[in-house]
Design a binder for this molecule. Structure first.
Ligand SMILES: CC(C)(COP(=O)(O)OP(=O)(O)OC[C@H]1O[C@@H](n2cnc3c(N)ncnc32)[C@H](O)[C@@H]1OP(=O)(O)O)[C@@H](O)C(=O)NCCC(=O)NCCS
Length: 132
């Protein structure tokens, strides 16, 4: 669903906003198998996106992309680096925690008034249970 009906146009918009020099890809046999980027805001930056081709996951590509983007952030003098995976993406949460993101910044808590979405039991934070 990311990018809506026209993900190419959405990506072009993102590329213009972020700058092509802040986007890195992983290549295997001249084929792009991973993508990451750095959205800089003063001395802070968000790592977004980090995505590896489905069939190529679990082989160290994501780890290599994040390592590179951390190095680039350091070279730019970034002091605070963030990632914002959705709460139910436990694989990404584990991946980022193991990659060095060990501080919880803001938590976004939702109240679903529409009751149109399905939530599952998920995380315990501050001694309270949250669905994700
Ligand atoms: C999260 C993601 C980028 C990780 O990339 P990857 O190339 O599979 O990660 P790596 O192979 O470098 O794995 C790094 C570690 O994370 C673990 N890991 C990666 N994907 C995992 C998964 N789906 N489930 C459980 N563990 C996982 C690996 O076991 C590995 O641990 P290790 O270094 O101790 O062996 C990839 O799964 C992905 O593209 N997911 C979909 C997009 C997404 O959710 N992005 C983050 C949203 S902000």
């Amino acid at each position: 669903m990311i990018g809506g009906d026209d993900p190419g146009a959405q990506f072009d918009h993102h590329l213009t906003a972020v700058g092509p020099e802040r986007i890195w890809v992983a290549e295997q046999d001249s084929v792009v198998v991973g993508l990451t980027g750095l959205i800089v805001d003063g001395t802070s930056a968000e790592v977004e996106p980090v995505v590896v081709t489905d069939g190529e996951r679990g082989r160290g590509i994501g780890r290599a992309l994040v390592k590179r983007v951390i190095e680039e952030a350091g070279a730019l003098g970034i002091g605070l680096l963030s990632v914002r995976p959705v709460g139910r993406n436990t694989a990404a949460l584990r991946f980022f925690r193991d990659s060095g993101f060990n501080v919880l910044g803001h938590i976004e808590a939702l109240m679903d008034l529409s009751e149109e979405r399905e939530w599952i039991d998920g995380e315990t934070i501050a001694g309270r249970e949250f669905k994700v």
